[in-house]
Design a binder for this molecule. Structure first.
Ligand code: CP
Length: 346
């Protein structure tokens, strides 16, 4: 547990009152400031900047890391976390505008967000996609609805399309491992998984890698390319920050000489909401696993994953348990970046 120190780290920039929906709303300087403070908190400790403040953490979906690290971060900074599990101890929530609420949802987000804003200093929201309609879910309707109706900062704890807290912890881990992040050779590698998973982590990792000027390769089968609009944004950030972006469909070629393999599975936008059809396509790619042979192709590469991960499906035991695996450090850094972010937003 972090300890308080006499001379407390203080950030140079203020982000007071801001929400974090994606890292794209923040400049590289602001993101670097969050990471600087996170590293100071991790190494030097911190005070209690959230003393007297309550923060609501609203979960529509399960979590291990986000739930534990957010609650602990708030506690260690002197604040109080109000944990709300939607539909389990709180009312089920409607987010669509203008609907007749005669179904199974009891309360509208319009009221819930405004009521919580009268109680708490910030609201964290976790809301995964239903994986039914890409056109609807790519707009992150639940998260955006909270942002629209709340009068306090909203913290995205993983939405349909973004996971900025994970992305910040990932860059912190790369910085700790290599010192510099610019021009790091990184492969975001799609892997097989028996179910279609959301695109939040790959979207956010691609975006932040470009914001920090990394040389990013996305390795995925042709059916699994990310949203073209997101990719335009990623390429624009990479261009501005001196990084490169490429998409390859051959993972062996992609991983040759790389310094990091960031593994993640995600669903296909082409088959979004049509799992029966996607299943047949996906089965062709069962061999998309990160194993020792793939790691040997790298330049003494490290393995990263946001967790949870399916052993011997996404990555082999040998790679996950090796000294080149950064997954536990990534998970620990969630705690430190969230503390830094909470202190700066509040
Ligand atoms: N990486 C991550 O967000 O983990 P959880 O889903 O367990 O919170």
């Amino acid at each position: 547990m972090a300890v308080s120190i006499t001379r407390r780290p203080t950030p140079r920039l203020t982000l007071k009152g801001r929400s974090i929906l994606t890292t794209g709303e923040f400049t590289r300087e602001e993101l670097s400031e969050i990471l600087d403070l996170a590293i100071q908190y991790k190494t030097l400790g911190h005070g209690r900047p959230l003393r007297g403040k309550s923060i609501a953490l609203v979960f529509f979906n399960p979590s291990l890391r986000t739930r534990a690290s957010m609650e602990i971060a708030i506690h260690q900074l002197g604040g109080h976390a109000v944990m709300l599990d939607v539909g389990k101890g709180t009312w089920t929530l409607e987010y669509r505008e203008g609907v007749v609420m005669d179904g199974d949802r009891s309360e509208h987000l319009k009221e819930a967000a405004r009521v919580l804003s009268r109680y708490v200093a910030a609201i964290g929201v976790r809301s995964f996609p239903a994986l039914r309609s890409f056109e609807e879910e790519r707009k992150d309707p639940i998260l955006r609805s909270f942002a629209r109706y709340s009068s306090v900062p909203i913290i995205n704890m993983e939405s349909a399309m973004s996971h900025p807290l994970q992305a910040l912890a990932d860059v912190m881990t790369i910085r700790e491992t290599f010192g510099l992040v610019d021009q790091r050779q990184v492969v975001l590698c799609w892997t097989y998984h028996p179910k279609p998973l959301p695109m939040a982590v790959p979207n956010s990792f691609a975006l932040i890698a470009a914001q920090f000027g990394m040389n990013l390769t996305i390795a995925c089968p042709p059916e699994y390319e990310l949203d073209p609009e997101l990719m335009d944004m990623v390429r624009a950030h990479a261009h501005r920050n001196g990084g490169l972006v490429r998409v390859l469909h051959d993972r062996h070629e992609a991983c040759r000489g790389t310094e990091i393999i960031y593994a993640k599975s995600w669903g296909s936008r082409h088959y979004y909401g049509r799992w029966e059809e996607e299943q047949a396509v996906r089965k062709q790619y069962r061999d998309w696993i990160v194993d020792e042979a793939l790691m040997r192709a790298t330049h003494r590469g490290y393995f990263m994953h946001c967790l949870p991960v399916r052993r011997n499906v996404v990555v082999t035991d040998a790679v996950l348990d090796s000294e080149r695996s950064l997954v536990i450090q990534q998970a620990e850094n969630r705690l430190h970046v969230q503390k830094a972010l909470l202190a700066m937003l509040l």
